[in-house]
Design a protein. Structure first.
Length: 250
């Protein structure tokens, strides 16, 4: 099984897209990856452009509408409004997995089974690259590298919110909500952490069906280094089952 294809409707070109163009197309997760490319006279929507691929798919690069299925990356899905149109595709009936999408260099982390039934390695925020130093008072400092600083700040803010939610629920002796936190911001954060080890963005994560009401909390627990969340959910589920079995409130 192979990975994903990409089509950039930018007309005739003499080289593959650079980092800035990939970012504008909503393909920042491909920056730094060796990409094969091939011009295409008529791709999705009949437009001329370039088909891109990484990994095994680089050997079979091309636009074959009878054998592939494509989805457009709209501005709502990360493409710059001023950029040309862009699509992501895959072989019809196939779902690329972690082995197909793995980066050449990966970071250690928790193994989490996601919505496709396969196991993905998710590095927790504390495993992200950092630089070390000392403050003027001699205090040891560990700061994330600049490219990981925004991701670290988002994860730490989410961690504080999760802990506050859990603590508040425990203090009230009430069951916390099944879905502690939800929304696009969390979805994008999960996709960004998946992208550390794999060539995926929010569109690929959605296409593969990796996140649902069960896997998103597990992925959050891995990112935030809080496996206790899974234990808490399991304990609450057992208590709820026991209450229902005893004829109590359902």
């Amino acid at each position: 099984m192979g990975g994903f294809f990409y089509f950039a409707a930018e007309g005739t070109r003499h080289a593959g897209p650079g980092a800035e163009e990939l970012r504008r197309l909503g393909l920042a997760h491909l920056i730094g990856e060796p990409l094969a490319w091939r011009g295409c006279a008529a791709g999705p929507a009949g437009l001329a452009g370039t088909v891109l691929a990484a990994g095994a798919e680089a050997q079979a690069i091309g636009y074959y509408p009878d054998e592939q299925e494509w989805r457009e990356i709209t501005p709502a899905l990360g493409r710059d409004e001023q950029a040309g149109r862009c699509w992501v595709g895959r072989r019809r009936g196939e779902a690329p997995g972690p082995e197909d999408l793995a980066r050449r260099v990966r970071r250690a982390g928790y193994e989490v089974r996601l919505g496709d039934g396969r196991v993905w390695t998710i590095p927790p925020v504390r495993f992200l690259p950092s630089k070390y130093g000392l403050s003027e008072t001699g205090e040891f400092l560990a700061d994330p590298l600049p490219e990981y600083a925004p991701l670290t700040r988002q994860a730490e803010a989410l961690r504080a919110e999760v802990l506050e939610t859990v603590h508040a629920a425990l203090e009230r002796r009430a069951e916390p909500p099944t879905r502690l936190i939800q929304g696009r911001q969390v979805y994008e954060l999960c996709a960004a952490f998946l992208a550390i080890n794999y060539r995926v963005g929010i569109v690929e994560v959605s296409a593969l069906g990796l996140l649902n009401d069960q896997t998103l909390p597990a992925l959050m627990a891995a990112i935030l280094d809080l496996p206790i969340l899974d234990e808490l959910r399991a304990e609450l589920a057992e208590k709820k089952s026991a209450v229902c079995a005893a004829g109590g409130p359902g």
